[in-house]
Design a protein around this ligand. Structure first.
Ligand SMILES: [Ca+2]
Length: 320
């Protein structure tokens, strides 16, 4: 028992010593200070990457920081390019947008990742927007493509159904089911994924130039072979108010993914990839439904393979 305790303490103290001595080594390497002449020399002729990075950091702390940051944005070493860009973002904010935009096509993931996060606050700016769009579509790194897509997609909502509420003890009964018309839909394709910026989901948006479409796949209704994003809008009348605990929209089949707005309010998404084409989903619309009035339902559909579109009925369910 005592022996085990002794060995334990010995191991711990050895471990602690090795940790602290490593720390001390780091420290002694980091405090290397170069003279301005030496920095110049290292930056132009050293082949030791770590030495150059250290010298460059010191350059960024000197009176030559401004010019150096711009000059070394094109250095061969991605770590130096990233430090240079970071300096410019940190010191100039929005004024460094052009540098960040150029860096979105850098060969290094590290530099492009910094550029993307630096650009995020300025995504309203049209040239920033198009740089982020192009990363979403073309960046070689799937993580950066995903991150760019998230920045481009401001709609977030965790749509909770009554049946999933753990504090709800009552049986849920469907009081009334109202199937939306199969016809009267208006439709437009959105190959550049721009519709949300043009506010296609807004009830006041003028969809009179959109084409009529029925529930069913779009390939057989005039858009053969189209894969990508398309938008649907429909107006429907809700009945006079029915006393109820919840209203849900049941989508029996959207091929493949769907994003839904009711009366301009984002309800949520069904997006489980290609497998989602034949998986029904529900979204709560209790607060958004307008009883006794015209409602506008807007669905953005993404289809990536084979047939696509809203191909099964949508049902408004009044629950008690
Ligand atoms: Ca499909």
């Amino acid at each position: 028992m005592n022996m085990k305790f002794f060995i334990g303490v010995l191991i711990l103290s050895c471990f602690w010593q090795s940790c602290t001595s490593t720390k001390a080594d780091f420290k002694s390497k980091r405090i290397a200070e170069y003279t301005p002449q030496r920095i110049e020399q290292i930056m132009t002729s050293s082949s030791d990457a770590v030495e150059r990075r250290t010298a460059f950091r010191q350059l960024l702390n000197s009176s030559k920081a401004e010019n150096s940051a711009e000059k070394y944005l094109n250095d061969d070493d991605p770590i130096i390019r990233r430090s240079a860009l970071y300096y410019l973002i940190d010191h100039h904010g929005e004024k460094s947008v052009d540098y960040m935009i150029s860096a979105t096509t850098d060969s290094s993931n590290l530099v492009r990742a910094l550029a993307l996060s630096g650009l995020t606050p300025y995504s309203e700016n049209p040239s920033v927007q198009s740089a982020i769009d192009s990363m979403e579509q073309k960046d070689p790194d799937p993580n950066l493509r995903r991150q760019a897509a998230e920045i481009n997609w401001p709609f977030k909502r965790d749509n909770k159904l009554l049946r999933d509420d753990p504090s709800w003890d009552y049986e849920i009964v469907t009081q009334k089911s109202i199937e939306l018309s199969d016809e009267n839909w208006r439709f437009i394709t959105d190959p550049n994924s721009n519709g949300h910026r043009q506010k296609y989901f807004d009830p006041l948006f003028d969809d009179s130039s959109w084409k009529p479409i029925k529930v069913g796949n779009w390939e057989t209704q005039g858009w053969p072979g189209y894969d990508g994003i398309a938008w649907y809008r429909i107006r429907f009348n809700a009945p006079e108010k029915i006393e109820s605990n919840a209203v849900e929209l049941l989508f029996e089949g959207v091929d493949e993914s769907g994003w839904v707005w009711l009366n301009g309010v984002y309800l949520g998404v069904h997006d489980i990839g290609t497998a989602g084409w034949n998986v029904p989903f529900r979204l709560d619309a209790t607060k958004e439904i307008k009883w006794g009035q015209e409602n506008i339902l807007v669905v953005r559909v993404l289809d990536t393979v084979e047939a696509g579109g809203i191909w099964k009925p949508i049902i408004m369910e009044v629950l008690k």
